[in-house]
Design a protein around this ligand. Structure first.
Ligand SMILES: [Zn+2]
Length: 684
């Protein structure tokens, strides 16, 4: 037992050392917390084992090496106890209520993921800034703090005050920084927090200035000295002094209310411009703080609520290869199964070999993986410090894993490609793309069915799906396919022949032609025959079409296989032109541009974009002077601000948008029913 305990102590010391001295995480927060809990449990059960410098006692690091002067905090900077679910929050409240028998108010704040700092102002002037350090002694980083724009050098009043806050690197600046480091061949930061703390502990304050750090304050030391009696008032107080807070401090009276707000922020945090790893719940009244007091590590009047982690560490077991629609071979990380954001992850994207080389990823490595909302898991970085020497290089494949054709690399491009046009993998991906929701929107034709029919040789290219109606029996022999679902599938396939020309164009999967360009090209060309005739110059004359797209479209219509496919599709009756039907173009929409922001109540983004297009309008991707209408949903943010700034944008609510649709669209609704899912009336 002693051996196990000492090993754990040593491991945690190592993690702390890297974290606090080198701004590097060798382990994910989740795993770290688990190890600390394990240590505490051992110390509880076998108190005789406990060493004097146990990591369980410390808030942060004891400096072994330091470039900065060490300063003792006048008041310790404690950390917070963590909770991971609402019942732990309830326990915190129950415990507090044992000491306090009057009504309590709780205040909920965002827990920003950065570097904690204590900033001291004397007579309104910033005189010193100290990192948390081990909570008792921190480092003097005043010079660097002075370079952060959002930290004022002078307060609006000449008060002497110590305030605590979190220095963060906004997500947009973090992405910029890491992509710069990638192209400079420098080691990547695993997350904005490491980047922020790495930046603050730079000796060169010019670097700090350029990185665009931000700071949000959340605590006043000895707030009662300013006649304040509540935490929420202290935040208002420092806001009035010119200090920035996150603006989020919500007062709740019950654990039910807290739960509601926790659920809200769990979703909403993804729209914030910086990373949050949780929420902080504090008891609002200062009197209650002094009654409850602190443990050696944390106050008893506050608790952190941690969101499910989106970054974890695991082991890279191997690499497999996926062949995409255009033949691009993508390396995929096969991982030791691990839970991230509530789901089990076994695979993650490695993008391409350049990235593998730049991140220096090897098989057997311990890796950081991240799974953000709605994004496929990705390998962020490698923990090189934990290499044993047994790790293996990842060697690019020479042949297609599906059809065994020798792979090719296009000049100037990093991706390896399977050049075989008949590669089963490519055919399958193309069909999956063709039938997808934004393309031909064929329900019920899943990957399994496509794979099966390719395997038995009944599907050789996209157009063969229109022959599936001849293979009802084969379809019915597939798992879970009753006669009804087979008939539905065949109806859905037939129905797809009537899709708008722009959808057909998108479904063809011309390289670089996404939804937006497909729409634009459809409008410009009116029919695929016209489009096929355009030469590169004609194409370049279309606004928003660049050289890459022009070449791609031009080449597409001059490749024999494609022409053959287009002709086959034509023979099945696929719609290749814009049906002139002016009824569907509303005055109010025609030629106008639209953008949506915030949460919409009645439509999904795609639905509403479809409506705009159907009615003759254009969707824009960002706010600019070209924008005519900004439709504002709940909790609209920066787009709304920008639109207000421009001044010429008409800002309307979702209801107003409904009214615009319904003004004189009654005749449209009857027409739309046959070929689209858009029935705005049914939404009321
Ligand atoms: Zn292949």
């Amino acid at each position: 037992m002693k051996k196990k305990y000492l090993e754990l102590v040593e491991l945690l010391h190592k993690y702390n050392y890297y974290y606090y001295e080198k701004n590097e995480s060798l382990v994910s927060d989740v795993e770290y917390d688990k190890l600390i809990k394990e240590l505490e449990k051992l110390e509880e059960n076998y108190p005789e084992l406990k060493v004097s410098n146990s990591p369980s006692e410390k808030v942060g690091s004891h400096f072994k090496t330091s470039k900065f002067n060490k300063v003792t905090h006048k008041k310790s900077m404690l950390s917070l106890s963590n909770s991971y679910n609402i019942s732990e929050v309830e326990n915190f409240i129950v415990r507090a209520k044992k000491s306090i028998d009057e009504e309590m108010e709780y205040i909920l704040e965002l827990k920003l993921d950065g570097l904690s700092i204590s900033v001291i102002y004397e007579n309104g002037k910033l005189v010193q800034a100290i990192t948390r350090g081990d909570g008792i002694i921190g480092e003097d980083v005043t010079e660097n703090i002075l370079e952060i724009e959002s930290i004022p050098h002078y307060l609006k009043e000449r008060v002497s005050i110590e305030v605590r806050g979190e220095i963060v690197l906004p997500l947009s600046n973090f992405e910029k920084l890491n992509s710069q480091r990638l192209s400079d061949g420098e080691e990547l930061f695993a997350n904005p927090r490491n980047a922020a703390s790495g930046t603050i502990r730079q000796l060169d304050s010019k670097i700090v200035k350029n990185r665009g750090l931000d700071c949000y304050f959340y605590y006043v030391v000895d707030g009662e000295n300013f006649g304040i009696s509540k935490h929420s008032d202290s935040l208002k107080f420092i806001e009035n002094l010119g200090l920035k807070t996150s603006g989020v401090y919500e007062i709740c009276k019950t654990s039910k209310e807290l739960e509601e707000r926790i659920n809200f922020w769990e979703k909403e945090r993804h729209s914030l411009p910086y990373e949050t790893d949780g929420l902080v719940i504090k008891i609002n009244d200062y009197n209650h703080h002094s009654i409850l007091g602190n443990t050696t590590k944390a106050p008893r009047w506050a608790i952190a609520y941690k969101f499910p982690a989106k970054q974890v560490t695991t082991k890279l077991l191997g690499v497999t290869y996926q062949v995409g629609r255009t033949g691009t071979v993508t390396p995929v990380a096969e991982l030791e199964a691990v839970e991230v954001s509530g789901s089990i992850v076994k695979r993650a994207s490695l993008h391409n070999f350049d990235e593998i080389r730049r991140k220096d990823i090897k098989i057997g490595d311990k890796v950081f993986i991240e799974k953000a909302a709605e994004i496929i898991p990705q390998v962020i970085k490698v923990v090189k410090e934990e290499r044993t020497g047994a790790e293996l290089e990842i060697i690019p494949p020479t042949h297609c894993p599906i059809c065994n054709t020798a792979l090719a690399q296009e000049e100037g491009l990093v991706a390896l490609k399977c050049p075989n046009p008949q590669c089963d993998a490519k055919i399958q991906r193309r069909i999956e793309y063709f039938v997808s929701r934004d393309a031909m929107s064929i329900d019920g034709l899943g990957g399994k069915i496509i794979e099966k029919f390719i395997e038995i040789g009944k599907i050789k290219d996209i157009s063969d799906i229109y022959l599936l109606k001849n293979f009802k029996e084969e379809l019915m022999s597939l798992d879970k396919m009753g006669e009804k679902s087979v008939n539905n599938l065949i109806d859905s396939i037939e129905e797809s022949k009537k899709r708008d020309y722009s959808k057909t164009l998108y479904a063809l999967g011309i390289p670089f032609v996404g939804k937006f360009l497909a729409n634009l090209l459809a409008k410009e060309s009116k029919s695929i025959d016209n489009l096929a005739k355009l030469d590169i110059e004609d194409l370049l004359n279309i606004e928003q079409v660049g050289e890459k797209v022009a070449n791609s479209v031009y080449n597409f219509f001059r490749t024999e296989e494609n022409i053959e496919l287009l002709n086959k599709l034509k023979s099945f009756g696929i719609n290749y032109e814009i049906k002139e039907n002016n009824d569907t173009q509303l005055e109010t929409f025609s030629g106008k541009t639209f953008l949506f922001t915030g949460k919409l109540e009645h439509f999904t983004r795609n639905e509403i974009k479809d409506i705009v297009e159907k009615l003759g309008g254009t969707n824009l991707g960002s706010v600019s002077k070209k924008l005519d209408f900004l439709i504002v949903g709940k909790d609209a943010g920066s787009k709304l601000e920008k639109a207000l700034e421009i001044g010429t944008v008409k800002i309307i609510k979702e209801e107003d948008f409904f009214n615009m649709i319904n003004e004189d669209s009654k005749e449209i609704n009857s027409e739309q029913n046959n070929n689209s899912k858009l029935e705005p009336q049914s939404l009321f």
